[in-house]
Design a protein around this ligand. Structure first.
Ligand SMILES: C[S@@+](CC[C@H](N)C(=O)[O-])C[C@H]1O[C@@H](n2cnc3c(N)ncnc32)[C@H](O)[C@@H]1O
Length: 225
């Protein structure tokens, strides 16, 4: 199975009903001392990169954004997201596109918000090389407006996605599916990468041992320089 088919396999055969990420609901709807953006969305554009089954896309659509752009790497996945969003509500603010972390099919300075939930650390494979993490961040920065908000979630060093992976070097690991993942040594490693393109970096750490699976994450809300 190739890279794209493996992702289709992971998501397209699952039960349709899925729920948005709790931390994302908190960020967009809650009130927290370190999160300073205003919660008025009707005139704003948001990206959901790596939308998979659209669980977060539908949540963003429900917040009343002017435009929600859902992107993933295969037609099957964006069709799945579209089907799930359309069956959940009568939304007319969503667009679906093919794209990758390092090549987002949007104009520069287009977005007010970008959500990269469990996605940015997957490297794009092309011509026997893989994109580097900095390229993915640079691309997110390009499509955001100045001061636009990036919401980005990645696994901590000991999270289960790195179980049984093989180190390529200190930072990049290959899993059993052939996916190449950036692995962050610690929160400094993650914030150092981000600070090349983003400021006002606010970090939330979630340490979660879920009945034997380590789901610990770093979630950051920051702004484009
Ligand atoms: C762990 S899932 C997260 C899905 C979704 N954001 C969520 O929270 O449910 C990772 C997603 O990233 C997508 N993906 C994998 N490699 C990618 C790449 N190079 N560029 C963009 N998306 C990628 C996969 O197809 C999949 O939908």
């Amino acid at each position: 199975m190739n890279y794209n088919e493996t992702w289709n396999e992971i998501f397209c055969h699952k039960l349709k009903k899925s729920y948005p990420a709790e931390q994302l609901i908190r960020i967009f709807m809650g009130s927290y001392p370190k999160i300073k953006f205003d919660k008025i969305y009707y005139d704003k554009k948001v990206l959901d990169i790596g939308c998979a089954n659209g669980r977060n896309t539908e949540f963003l659509a429900s917040l009343g954004f002017k435009e929600v752009i859902a992107i993933d790497i295969t037609e099957e996945l964006i069709n799945l997201a579209r089907l799930n969003v359309e069956s959940a509500g009568n939304y007319n603010n969503c667009k679906y596109m093919l794209g990758t972390n390092d090549c987002i099919p949007l104009d520069s300075n287009y977005l007010d918000f970008a959500v990269s939930w469990g996605v940015s650390y997957y490297m794009t494979l092309k011509d026997n090389r893989f994109s580097k993490y900095g390229e993915n961040l640079k691309e997110l920065a390009r499509v955001l407006k100045k001061d636009g908000v990036l919401i980005i979630d990645v696994p901590q060093y000991n999270a289960n996605v790195y179980d049984n992976t093989e180190a390529i070097d200190e930072f990049y690991f290959k899993d059993k599916n052939g996916f190449i993942l950036r692995r962050f040594q610690n929160e400094e490693d993650f914030t150092r990468e981000l600070s090349k393109y983003f400021y006002d970096i606010q970090l939330s750490t979630l340490t979660l041992d879920c009945f034997g699976k380590n789901y610990s994450r770093y979630t950051i809300v920051c702004r484009r320089i």
